[in-house]
Design a protein around this ligand. Sequence first.
Ligand code: PEP
Length: 250
Amino acid sequence: MARKFFVGGNFKMNPTTVESKRALLKALNEATLDPEVEVVIAPPSLYLIPVISELRKDVGVAAQNCHPKSAGAYTGEISAVQLHDAGIPYVILGHSERRALFHETSELVAEKTKSAVEVGLTVILCVGEMLEERESGKTTEVVEAQLGEVVKLLDPSKWKQIVVAYEPVWAIGTGKVATPDQAQETHHAIRAYLAKEVSQEVAENTRIIYGGSVNASNCAQLSVQPDIDGFLVGGASLKPEFVQIVNTKL
Ligand code: PEP
């Protein structure tokens, strides 16, 4: 089965006004997007409900986080159950900013992932190594350990609801994109790991997307790598070039 190309836009804590959020959506609503690509945007949680109604229906909407419990005394948090009930079909989990700035462990990311897939959400599950880890040859070990916690908790049938985003931390927001060879090597290692630890079928069908300083000028070379099934885009998702990234295969 061919893996459908997937492009996600992670707005992070942007934009800062309702007016600029409207302008971003207007540009996306008016754009011509490759119908063969699954496109998802992840606005801040404050904007999720208005975005669902203002956005064209062929573009999906993702939350940027969720809590592993379904409800309760967790001030400031949103559960997967609530996202699902509100009509939000996707959630980004394990982003390196959440791991680093909000001290999320791989165990917690796995619990969140389990809670999200159990209610029917699709998870964009982020993994990736820090610069020191790459320089000491530990990239594969690090991403396998991050994925391993999810492998432990997830029923193999639930991998249909996972898109793995390989995002080397040193490439996020730095302008230093991984080379196509570097990205392909790690994507291939992730697929091999899924084959070994989950199943050959899951390995073949799971989309593995690349994130880290993707822009309109580097996306084409990355997109032709055999194990790169799309992108998770941060900074450039707030710019008109996001449309060019979505349309990279056209
Ligand atoms: C991200 O935050 O997921 C990301 C990939 O950011 P950027 O594209 O800005 O590097």
